[in-house]
Design a protein around this ligand. Sequence first.
Ligand code: SF4
Length: 407
Amino acid sequence: MPVSKCKPLRGLREIYRIGMGPSSSHSMGPRRAAEIFRDGDGSGADSFRATLYGSLAATGKGHLSDVAVREAFEPKECKINWRPRTFLPDHPNGLKLEALDGDGKTTAAWTVFSTGGGELTDGNGIVGGGPVAEYPFRTMDELMQLCANEELPIWAVVERHERDLWSWLGEIWDTMQQCLRRGIDREGILPGPLKVKRHAPEKMSKALEMKGALREMGLISAYALAVIEENAAGGTIVTAPTCGSAGVVPGLLYYLQKHEGFERQMILQALATAGIVGALIKANASISGAEAGCQGEVGAASSMAAAAVAQLLGGSVPQVEYAAEMAMEHSLGMTCDPILGYVQIPCIERNAAGATRAYTCAGYALQGDGSHRISFDEVIETMRQTGEDMSADYRETSRAGLAALKK
Ligand code: SF4
């Protein structure tokens, strides 16, 4: 299934969304679709039927897709049909919602696709989402040229094109921090048959006993875990750019705010730069694990976080671009193979690894003048092609890789 090359650059509000975990494509998107249908064409229904196709069905149980859809239709009943081997032509995450009358006859139906990061599309294009930002560029090269011509940092270009940027990003950052603070103290076992233990509190206390680089990396890992464990528990989360990768950006930025003393406004500026990096990845490749594997989720999050940190640490625009490029270059080929379909293994540790990798990529980029051989735009096109070439077994279907270890 080709990953479209020609999607519009729609801005940061489609990268950072507040919602419920554990999956932006498999729970947040389907929940939103069901709510729209419930309040629209399906408003007079006696009951509902939802048919999940492709990746949405293959990993939907572990991602709590059925729970999200049923909850949206409550108190009315919803029957769920699973069609994991049927891939609809437009996207691997297809969902058909039907309103049923008292005799079980279909009175209205809607086929919709959950395309990653909580976004929905149907035959008419993107569903809802409100007004989007309009940017005069579509690539990182064009953005860098604009920055050079006008002597602006990346965040200042974003500021020009996003309405109420700082108050909205302030709400996003506050929600990220609330999630992290909930997760950092919470012990116990995450939902599901894998019985995965929450590790954030233990990692945090061990990191505080360490020194130097191990302490730094340990703290970053603990903060990333705190967020992503909350996500795995179905808590309130901010996509960055998805739920499954939501620990990387806040984990790293929280470390820099708390332990390196960066001020709030600088963190918001870093979020602005990370957001436009995510939007460029989304427009020119994909942030959907079902389309691009984990390159599109933790790979994209690492690229966003590396750009944010390079900027925070005083990097020039070329150094910021290099950091983002490098983090993605070394995520190329990363598959999506969650065990039993739960956003837990490998997802949770992968967020910690993605956050520490982003930090080292930012540092590496800052050791030079920003010049390098492969551009961000080239690596994003390579990521898109790699995702397209990847077997569907490795794109959020839990049919191969680590997922094959436990069936
Ligand atoms: S492996 Fe990566 S892409 Fe797949 S569900 Fe986990 S975080 Fe998302």
